[in-house]
Design a protein around this ligand. Sequence first.
Ligand code: NZQ
Ligand code: ZN
Length: 393
Amino acid sequence: MNGDFTLYTPTKVVFGHDVEISAGAMVKAFGGKKVLIHYGGKSAVKSGLLKRVQDSLTAEEIDYVSLGGVVPNPRLEKVYEGVKLCKAYGVDFILAVGGGSVIDSAKAIAYALAEPEKDVKELYEHTRAPKACFPIGVVLTLAASGSEMSDSSVISYEDKKRGVNSDLCRPKFALMDPALTKTLPAYQTAAGCSDILMHTMERYFVNGHRMELTDAIAEGLLKTVMRYAVVLRDDPENYEARAEIMWAGSLSHNGLTGCGNDAGDWACHRLEHELGALYDVTHGAGLTAMWGSWARYVMHNCMHRFVRFAMYVMDVKPCPTDEETAIKGIEATEDFFRSIGMPTNLSELGVSPSEDDLKLLAKNCAVAVGGKVGSAMVLRESDMEAIYKMAAK
Ligand code: NZQ
Ligand code: ZN
């Protein structure tokens, strides 16, 4: 409550052209001898990236086994498959080649291997806390989740999507070549930019203590991402823009933009996770579909932050009342989301929940957060239902 904070970012970042070919050397430097190379669907195979990474391990005489097939909103079944393979092969290091889904699946496998007698699902159910984790490295192909430096892993199972947070899973290294993200579909690029924005906005819309320097960093990051998201919409091959967005993705979720700002709000993320669990939507798009409704619902409780955001980030001129300024900021943000092809409500997201579904979403969200969530405004189940309803209109 008084601005004290701990920032722990142990991940070694190597950023720039062709850095992925140092994967073997990096694994070796961090002591890996038998590696699981974990990847997603087709993109890393098609681009030749997987082969380049495999070759770089071979060049360092490091044994590896490869496992692909991680899907967006990664599944626990794939985690179990990876654990079985790693145990059979004696893997001691996990190398994730992909975006947030691959990295999170790698983190789950790494947790499971470190406590082999226990079911890793318990971590996501929050019935026990992790005590250890195998080392992980990352070759990043999508700027979005920030998982390459974050303490978080989010896994889906049954009709749930749940996260576990612990410094134990922060990657040892992240190799970030912005050029690797040029093959992304436009929708994934835009959804990634939106997720990056939201990781800082979740830390920005808070009551309680904040630091001016942290606000300045956050506002600079938000403006930079909005600017380059538009550049990438028009010019997807632009390396400089890819680089700005990729670095923003890591800084947005490694803790930097929340230093001294208490714990953050995180309601939009929790509301989105239930959409992901029920409808398997793209994470960044689910966030933008919820944000405007959330903002209108909570703004009176956190007016000073919405006014500041409107003026400092969205360049809104002060209106006669704070409420008008705040609303203009919210509208400008929704205009921005639409301008890069992101949804601003559930029908634009492509889902049309029934009344019962809306109730279920709220109920599941309330259970997942242990009853309440938020800093801009503390939300309970009835608030969550009201926000889902607003987003569904
Ligand atoms: O599977 P492939 O063929 O690789 O295709 C993927 C996937 O379909 C594709 N893709 C990735 N890199 C590509 C590419 N396509 C072409 N070229 C490339 N270079 O993009 C699609 C989406 O990939 P995914 O990894 O699912 O996206 P993202 O990085 O946005 O990760 C989303 C997941 O991360 C979680 C989300 O909830 C979601 O499950 N999050 C993880 C966080 C964390 N661990 O800190 C925080 C976030 O808030 C978020 O919750
Ligand atoms: Zn996110």
